[in-house]
Structure formats: C-alpha cells, structure tokens
Design a binder for this molecule. Structure first.
Ligand SMILES: O=P(O)(O)OC[C@H]1O[C@H](O)[C@H](O)[C@@H](O)[C@@H]1O
Length: 543
C-alpha cells in the first residue's frame, strides 16, 4: 500500500512528464488553452477551488490521479472511515470523521457504537454550554461566567484557539475565551490579567491529562482561584476535557464536569469534539453543530467524489507534485481574512506533526521527501513582509490563497480592496512581468532586471461565500484530508507523533539539573552541560 508507488511505474511516468512540464510557463499554458480555467475548478460544499494557476496540464492531473488510484487511496479512505486501525504504530483507529457524523448515522468500531458515544458527549457539552451562556451556571459567589480560559497545548489549544478567533463574530453571549498554552509563566500571567476569579471558568484540556505544561498551568490557575475564593470554589470554576477520567479526578476536578473523547481521535484532529468546549461556550451549541455539518460535508465529498473532482485529492496530489518532483520545501497558506490569523499555526501542527516522518508505516525508510513545511500569515499583511521572496526569490513556494465573498461587516469598501489584493497577487505570481514589458514603460535598462517579475509561481485559490461556522468546518476538513492523501502516497503513518517524545523526556531529566543546589552532574553532551552551568550562574545558583 501507499509508499509502494513511490518510484513505481506511475511515479516514473510522472517524472518523465515532469521533464516536459518543468520548462513550460503558466503564460504559455494559459495562452495555449484558455479553457483550462473552466476545467480546473472544483466545488466542495461551499468551497470553490481554482487550481488553474498550477504548473500542470490535463495530462499531469490524469497522471497524479492515476498515481493516487495505484496507491490504493480509495481503499485507504474506506479503511479510515470504517475504523480500521490505520494508525499502526499505536494500533488505533483514526476516526475524527466520526466526530461529525449525524446522529442518525451508524458506525460500530471495536464493538462500540461510536455515533451514540459522540452524540452523548455533544449533548452533554451543549447542555453545559447553554447553562453558562444563559447565566444559569453561577460561580462560587453567585455571579455568572464572563470568561472561559482554556488551558491546553498542541491539539488541545491550537484548534479551539484558531476557531474561536475565526468565529469571533458569532460569539454572541457576551462570553469571551482566552487560551493559555505555554509553560512560560508569562502566558498564564498575561491571560489572567484583568480577570475576576468570580466570573472565570477554566477548561483544562488534555487528551492524556499528563502534559506537563497543561497540568502546571492548571495547578497555578487553581491556586489563583482558591486564593481568591477558597477551595470549595473549584467545582464551579473548573471543567476538564480528556480521555483520562482517572487523572482528571486525581487532579481534583469533578468528573461530572468532564467531557470525554477517545483514543481514536488524534490531538490535532480533536477540536470538533470535546476539545472544542470553550469554542462551543462562546458561539453556542447550534453554531458548533453547523460547523460539524461543514466538516461532514467535506468528509462525504472526500469519500464519494471521483478523484478528478475531489478537492482534497487534487490538493494533496498537487502537494506531492511540488514536493517530490519540483523539489519545493514549503507551502504558504495565505488567508485573506484577519479572523483566520491563527489558521496557518493550526495547520502547522495538523500537517507537520502528521506527515513529518522519515519511515513508512512498516518501519522502512521513505525514499522521497515527505511533509511539506506549512507556514503563512493573513493577507494583506504578508504582502508587505515576505511576498518579495515569493515573487522574485530563487525558491519555488506554492501557495494557497483563501478568500471570502462576504465580510461579517464592511466599512468603506475595505473588503473589496482586500479581495482585489488576493486576486492581484495570484495573477502577478502566475504571469509576472517580462523585461520587455518593463522596458516599454520607460524603465532605465540597468533597473529593468530588478523589476522583472518571473511569474510561473503556482497558487491555489479557495473562495467561499463567507467565514461562517459551516465554512470553517469545511476548510479544516479539507486540510485534514489533504494530509491524509499525501500520507497515503508516501506510505507513512500520519497519525502518530513519536518525534515529540524524546525532547519531552529529556526536559524532565534536565529540570533538576537547573534547580538543584548540588553541582550539575553528568551530561550526555558538553554543549548542554556548559549551557546548564551558564544558566545556573545567571540565576545565581551554584555552578
Ligand atoms: O492533549 P494532550 O494530551 O495534553 O497533548 C497535547 C499535545 O502534546 C503532544 O506533545 C503532542 O505532540 C500533540 O499531538 C498533543 O496535541
């Protein structure tokens, strides 16, 4: 499966074809075939993708689709959706798609009625969120909750934080959310500033409930609350989201206020379940469910649409095309929506923790580059910062531009100016400006080379009607499945993350060396030892 197609017949066919396409420009491709625009557009739910500004022909698309077929992508999709243990290194099912199945759907996995479990938790979250939003839930002093502080990190932070920011215009109950993640004390300190313990609810979010950052922040937050309101206040001011009820109880949070999920939901795939609790409190259960419908729409599209019109398949295969044939290292994601300012950061975990692997699912080494480096900033800000490199630098940076037709609120035509910028950038990136065109404007000859815009820089444009809860769900599901497609082609396990473990363990081992009164002991390496001594000296400790 999967990785076996790398360097196979279809792969080599693509390599040969790449030799023919590499030297062609988008100007030529468009001049020869203006009809490509009509053919290279696909709709999935509310999302429209224009991929005509990619360095591909119909033949390229045909070959990429054939590679996906040969890799067994169809089967792999079914295996994921039906709950097979495709996360082989952890022997787990991968069922984030079950988090958004409608209540009348049916899915039994490992003897468990997954749909019933999911909806039981959603209903419990909904009831809790409504109590807080309606002010029926009162804090220890009888006041309603004004602020929800989510304490979590990685998948237990990035998803709800990104989505809360994205959907801020839908937070209609006067309840704001804050997100604390970093073990740097500055994070919690900054986020607690200005808050009244009497009106603050903490949601401690951790799949494992063993993550040191989260538990430490939660402990400090607990003291902050208890110092102000006493020990008895904890029950009214702390909730937990976890798969680990035992640890939640051990920490001292009433499991009646705990919202569960399952080992078949990866941390980075979890905010559409209980990890989204703080988001649900802010926007309400109905809008949260609209968001889930959006996710589900794309799940169905991915599962049932022929590959030639399948948005995640096309985007994933384009990722393979640029990574493994053009040798691109990164993919920029450029949302023309300020509300999506955390979307690139969210995608970094989703994509890079999933596909940053150098062995295949069977443990053998991969033979080609895997894992695109995702990065980005909202437009138009990025235009005034790093787009220079995108336009005239030596590196090829394929980019996804994301835009919306309707703003939540507009002023002075600002939204149209925003969209005009998105369109101008993708056009300039694709078609550039030649030396002759620049010279014809009267530019002095010695300046002409500086002004040449090489063009031929590929982009996707994703356009949606409006950034609603539904559309956000669609966008996130789209990228989840893009990750899946790429992982299948590379033959890797996109659902484990062993690479983060070693550093965590070493930090636990190093901490005593920083704080001990004894001279630092033996170290594995001289550089680390010298830095430990320097740090201790700077902190006035014995070296
Ligand atoms: O939710 P938790 O168990 O606290 O885990 C939080 C995060 O920490 C880990 O280091 C993983 O790399 C992430 O995938 C995970 O989302």
């Amino acid at each position: 499966m999967g990785g076996e197609v790398v360097r196979g017949v279809e792969w080599e066919g693509l390599r040969k074809h790449f030799g023919e396409v590499e030297g062609r420009t988008l100007r030529e491709l468009f001049a020869e075939d203006p009809g490509r625009v009509a053919r290279m557009g696909v709709q999935a739910g509310d999302l429209f993708l224009d991929y005509s500004k990619h360095r591909v022909t119909d033949e390229t698309v045909g070959l990429l689709v054939a590679l996906a077929e040969k890799a067994g992508l169809r089967d792999a999709v079914e295996r994921m959706f039906s709950g097979e243990h495709i996360n082989v290194s952890e022997d787990r099912a991968v069922l984030h798609t079950a988090l958004r199945l409608p209540a009348d759907a049916s899915l039994h996995v490992d003897g468990q009625d997954v749909v019933a479990d999911v909806h039981e938790v959603l209903d419990k979250m909904g009831a809790f969120a409504e109590k807080i939003r309606s002010k029926e839930w009162r804090g220890a002093t009888g006041e309603p909750i004004a602020t929800v502080v989510n304490i979590g990190i990685g998948g237990s932070d990035l998803g709800p934080a990104m989505a809360y920011e994205a959907l801020l215009d839908y937070a209609d109950a006067g309840i704001t959310a804050r997100f604390v993640s970093n073990i740097d004390p500055a994070d919690l300190d900054g986020k607690l500033r200005g808050l009244d313990p009497a009106t603050t609810l903490f949601v401690v979010s951790s799949k494992t409930f063993t993550t040191i950052e989260t538990l430490t922040n939660a402990r400090v937050a607990r003291s902050w609350l208890v110092d102000a309101l006493g020990e008895d206040a904890v029950g009214k001011h702390f909730a937990a989201v976890s798969t680990n009820a035992e640890k939640v109880a051990e920490f001292g949070i009433d499991t009646a206020n705990m919202f569960g999920f399952w080992d078949w939901v990866g941390g980075r795939y979890s905010y559409d379940g209980a990890i989204g609790l703080s988001l649900m409190v802010a926007i309400g259960p109905a809008r949260f469910r609209e968001m889930l419908d959006g996710f589900h729409t794309i799940d169905e599209h991915f599962r049932t649409t022929p590959f030639e019109k399948n948005m995640p398949v096309l985007m994933g295969m384009l990722g393979i095309w640029y990574t493994d044939f053009f040798g691109a290292q990164t993919r920029a994601v450029l949302p023309y929506a300020q509300r999506l300012h955390r979307f690139p950061a969210y995608l970094q975990q989703l994509t890079m923790e999933s596909n940053g692997k150098s062995v295949k699912a069977d443990g053998s080494p991969v033979e080609v580059d895997t894992g695109e480096i995702f990065w980005g900033e909202p437009g138009t800000n990025g235009q005034h910062a790093f787009y220079q490199l995108l336009h005239q630098g030596t590196r090829l940076v394929p980019a996804d531009f994301i835009g919306f037709a309707e703003p939540f609120a507009d002023q002075a035509g600002m939204h149209d100016i925003l969209t005009a910028n998105l369109l101008a950038q993708t056009s300039a990136l694709a078609f550039g400006k030649t030396a002759a065109e620049i010279a014809a404007e009267g530019t002095p000859p010695e300046i002409v080379p500086h002004k040449v815009m090489p063009g031929n820089r590929p982009t996707s444009t994703i356009l949606a009607p409006k950034l609603t809860p539904r559309v956000l769900g669609e966008l996130v599901a789209l990228y989840e499945h893009v990750v899946f497609v790429e992982g299948v082609i590379w033959g890797i396990d996109s659902f484990d993350q062993w690479g983060v473990e070693l550093g965590k363990k070493m930090a636990l081992g190093l901490e005593p060396a920083l704080t001990s009164e004894e001279p630092p002991g033996d170290f594995a390496d001289a550089s680390t030892e010298s830095l430990v001594r320097r740090y201790r000296a700077l902190r006035g400790r014995r070296v």
